[in-house]
Write a protein that binds this ligand. Structure first.
Ligand SMILES: *Cc1c(COP(=O)(O)O)cnc(C)c1O
Length: 348
């Protein structure tokens, strides 16, 4: 006896990275969290927050936040839809666009949550393997002709970013919706935000979880043509972003100086980490994100993952090929990265 639809019973749930309780002394490089604290200006808003206002419902559209985000990004606030993290926007897209007989297309390996949501809606799933260098197989994605096509820019867990020109071309060739998931774009050389204006079938997803050190706040958004957002809005939980998240998030986005400083540090640490691991014989996929996908010498990624875990260093291991010989390592502070590199030296 089951309460659930057949496709829900058949599903494998999404498994997040390990989240140690307490976590004292743990070097946590497995969920692509930002190693630096949130903006001091955002933390000040949190400290000064008048708890009495929590009695009232928030603005369902978080318009104040959209105004700030729109100003920072140079897009009209009406082209922004807020979410309880960008995961929430992915759920809205799936609910609004997918069903049995409709299809989801994405290059693999990628963020498994696209697969999860496609399964929830019982949609057909077309997973197109990346090219050997993890570049996006543009022609194969066009050929697949999905109702919804997801491309992460930069990709996760690869860190490889398609060029904006490639995405522009893809958007123009697709009849369906193109979701460009820019969760890690803060750390990349270019972004595809302009495509949300240029193409009626493009939505660009952003989050404050990675680049703004606010994974625990739960705030993300989609940028698209207002007519596209109007459709998604029908599937949104009414008050999906709390007043506290919106206020703290707006202050964080307004503080671009701090954001740029943290990003610059992480990008510098990424180069150093890549050099150090390559020096130890790791194969490193060139990354535009705040993590690196690496293959340890010999390729026994599982053993390395477990040995690191035993030393209190968490990295991400995925057991399915073609990732089962690789590890995804979040770029931490230089100090955290040095602990990791020392441990690797020891293990090899
Ligand atoms: C982290 C991540 C997200 C979403 O993060 P939220 O915390 O829900 O905003 C979306 N896509 C990718 C590829 C991610 O890695």
């Amino acid at each position: 006896m089951t309460f659930f639809r057949d496709n829900i019973d058949a599903m494998t749930p999404y498994i997040p990275g390990d989240q140690p309780i307490g976590g004292e002394g743990i070097v946590k490089l497995n969920q692509n969290e930002n190693p630096y604290p949130p903006s001091p200006a955002a933390l000040e808003v949190l400290r000064q927050f008048d708890g009495g206002t929590l009695r009232l419902y928030p603005d369902p559209m978080a318009r104040e936040f959209c105004r700030t985000a729109g100003e920072v990004l140079g897009v009209p606030p009406e082209s922004i839809l807020v979410g309880d993290g960008s995961d929430d926007i992915i759920i809205m897209i799936a609910r609004a666009c997918l069903a049995k007989g409709r299809s989801v297309v994405y290059p693999v390996p990628t963020f498994p949550f696209y697969f999860t949501q496609a399964q929830v809606e019982d949609a057909q799933i077309v997973a197109v393997p990346f090219n050997d260098d993890f570049s996006v197989p543009i022609d194969a994605l066009i050929q697949a002709g999905g109702t919804v096509t997801f491309v992460a820019n930069p990709g996760s867990p690869t860190g490889v970013a398609p060029s904006t020109d490639q995405l522009d071309y893809l958007a123009g060739k697709l009849d369906g919706l193109l979701v460009i998931d820019e969760a890690y774009v803060d750390f990349a050389d270019q972004n595809a935000l302009a495509l949300a204006d240029r193409h009626a079938n493009v939505i660009v997803l952003r989050t404050l979880s990675k680049g703004y050190s606010l994974a625990g706040l739960r705030l993300g958004f989609g940028v698209a043509n207002p007519s596209l957002l109007a459709g998604l809005l029908k599937t949104k939980a009414i008050y999906n972003v709390g007043v506290l998240s919106a206020a703290v998030g707006a202050a964080a986005m307004a503080d671009q100086d701090y954001h740029n400083e943290c990003v610059a540090r992480i990008v510098a640490s990424r180069s150093k980490l890549v050099g150090d691991l390559a020096g130890l014989g790791f194969e490193v996929v060139p990354s535009q994100a705040n993590f690196v996908l690496v293959r340890p010498p010999g390729g026994n990624a599982k053993a390395v993952y477990e040995a690191l875990k035993a030393r209190g260093i968490l990295v991400r291991y995925f057991k399915e090929p073609p990732l089962d010989d690789k590890l995804r390592i979040t770029v931490g502070t230089d100090k955290q990265d040095a602990v990791l590199v020392e441990a690797m030296k020891d293990l090899l």
